[in-house]
Design a protein around this ligand. Sequence first.
Ligand code: ADE
Length: 247
Amino acid sequence: MGFAMIWRATILTLFPDMFPGPLGVSLAGKALASGLWALEARDIRDSATDRHRSVDDTPAGGGPGMVLRADVLAAAIDAADAGQSRPRFLMSPRGRPLTQSRVMELAAGPGPLIVCGRFEGIDERVIAARGLEEVSIGDYVLSGGEVAAMVLVDACVRLLPGVMGRQASRTEESFSEGLLEYPQYTRPQEFEGRTIPEILVSGDHAKVAAWRQAEAEALTKARRPDLWAIKTSQKSPQKRPKSTTDG
Ligand code: ADE
């Protein structure tokens, strides 16, 4: 049996020039350059077979726009993923919403193959024929799946060993605990008449921790009642008796 394989994202797109894009700078970019992960952007058009290298056609049943052909996309997937078993995604606003727990699973695996949709969509038959799982990054419509694919890959890459160090684990723990992040401050002590909360400069670590927990809870209740409902329905040793009366 072999050596550990590097985490690799394979992107199938009609616009391979969009990559690495934002994934080529900052922490993800440094990690990419130093070989901590790999990115392979493949042009779907390379799998076209006709003289004009066409990849799309008019929708069956009529209507506006163009649809990506099943045969061309299937050939592109087969060429990219011969004999490999790894998650295969289609970025689509129709998909299941991406979550941090799914991101953590993906980061622990070999890395996904991601199909980026364009036009009005792709031929439905290729989704089942090649086992594509549709994934959405939110309830809004992008002009194509490329930016969504970058979001998915970025969220995974920052979790790979050696990419972020300790900073990642802190925010990760917080989000996986189901709370939004507490507010942060740094110098200067006074900014346009606004000061840093007294407790944070008191040096009392227990009080600081309690203040941060309370702020995180207040933010979550106010902005994300959906997350707060999940949080308070879970059994947790951290759960304070107060939360049973103030809901
Ligand atoms: N493609 C277009 N919109 C999208 C979305 N919201 N999520 C994932 N892929 C998309």
